[in-house]
Design a protein around this ligand. Structure first.
Ligand code: GDD
Ligand code: MN
Length: 358
């Protein structure tokens, strides 16, 4: 169980778990990211004072839900590993049944909200729709996800000898999706469960959360299908995102170019306005989507992005001048060609200068 600020849930959770598991051989790994509320100390206390087979693990660097789960994968002694949340949203009483589904040809079993007696308590219609959308998208992107009705579940079991924890990408947090992509199970068993309302606190699902989710799904697809031997899958994803942002910037550019042209502006001036506008637009979306909202040195990145774009702009203007001014070609196709020239320059520059990945 990965934990972050779950101190007040551990007593009840480990008690119910050990009661449910008493007929079995088990250990309960609590992997904590040094929570400020003292979750780790509480886990240590339970480890010492009870016979619930708790093992408290403290992580001090690189916090993250998936990284903690991977740490748990590495530390676990048993043949079967169950991953679950520590906030009582996943009923501990379901663990024995979930684990019992793992067999020689069923290396993964999933507790699902979408089958049999499964369900969700206390979610708005909007949240349910979003969750459904995420599942649909992950099934489209990752073929192995189609074997489960809830491939984004945080409650699942896996056969340890089929896992290669060191090959997972622990920056993603839908860890099951990647486990499925890595193992490519011949069969997945499922049991239904009710996802309980969170007792306190809000889990935080921003737009950023969904962008990263989609990127991780794409990475699972590319990586576990061998692409990573040739190129870093994350670079491919960035290129596609930069392209999508660039395409939207192109539309904006065309719109500004066409409107100002029809108002009789000189084409080079039109081009300046169109290109300048598109660069601001592109900066924002690339910052948000392509480079995942880096917070440090934002002003410097903005300046560098604009500086790089001056090079793109010169290429763009030269092509415009050549096509329209010299070769007398029609305006809009010339503008499109000029945009492509500027785009290639800007992508390279953004990668290497403005948003250089760490
Ligand atoms: N170690 C560690 N580090 N644990 C974390 C971190 C972290 O950075 N962030 C969250 N956790 C722990 C929480 O303490 C909890 O035990 C569990 O991970 C899930 O976090 P929640 O914040 O409660 O997630 P949720 O309720 O929004 O989402 C859950 O349900 C989804 C739908 O089934 C998770 O299980 C998702 O994985 C799942 O997709
Ligand atoms: Mn939760």
């Amino acid at each position: 169980m990965p934990t972050y600020n779950e101190k007040n849930n551990l007593e009840e959770l480990t008690k119910r778990l050990s009661e449910a598991l008493q007929q079995l051989e088990y250990e309960i790994l609590i992997v904590d990211d040094n929570s400020p509320d003292g979750t780790f100390q509480e886990a240590e206390r339970i480890q010492k004072e009870t016979n619930r087979n708790v093992k408290a693990i403290l992580r001090k660097k690189n916090p993250g839900l998936a990284k903690s789960v991977v740490k748990g994968f590495q530390e676990a002694q048993g043949e079967k590993i169950v991953v679950m949340d520590a906030d009582l949203q996943h009923p501990p009483e379901k663990v024995p049944e979930l684990a019992s589904k793992i067999t020689e040809n069923t290396p993964v079993s999933v507790a699902t909200r979408y089958k049999q007696d499964g369900g969700i308590n206390g979610w708005t219609k909007f949240r349910k729709t979003v969750s459904r959308g995420a599942i649909l998208l992950s099934k489209i992107i990752v073929p192995e996800a189609r074997k489960s009705s809830d491939p984004v579940s945080g409650f699942f079991a896996v056969k340890k000898d089929r896992l290669k924890p060191e090959k997972l990408s622990p920056h993603g947090y839908k860890i099951l999706l990647e486990v499925l992509a890595q193992i490519r199970p011949e069969k997945v068993e499922e049991i239904g469960y009710r996802f309980e309302e969170r007792e306190k606190g809000e889990s935080n699902l921003g737009l950023q959360h969904y962008i990263k989710f989609l990127e991780h799904a794409a990475e699972c697809r590319l990586k576990h299908h061998g692409v990573d031997r040739y190129v870093d899958p994350r670079k491919i994803i960035r290129f596609m995102e930069f392209g999508a942002v660039g395409a939207s910037g192109t539309l904006l550019n065309m719109l500004i170019f066409a409107t100002t042209q029809s108002n009789g502006l000189h084409y080079l001036l039109s081009g300046t306005l169109a290109f300048g506008g598109a660069v601001q637009w592109n900066f924002f979306w690339n910052w948000l989507i392509t480079f995942n909202k880096p917070s440090e040195n934002i002003r410097e990145k903005y300046l560098k992005f604009n500086s790089v774009s001056i090079g793109g702009f010169l290429i763009y203007q030269s092509i415009l001048f050549l096509m329209i001014g010299v070769l007398n070609q029609p305006e809009l196709p010339s503008n499109l060609l000029a945009i492509i020239g500027g785009f290639l320059w800007n992508f390279t520059g953004s990668e290497k200068v403005a948003f250089r990945p760490e």
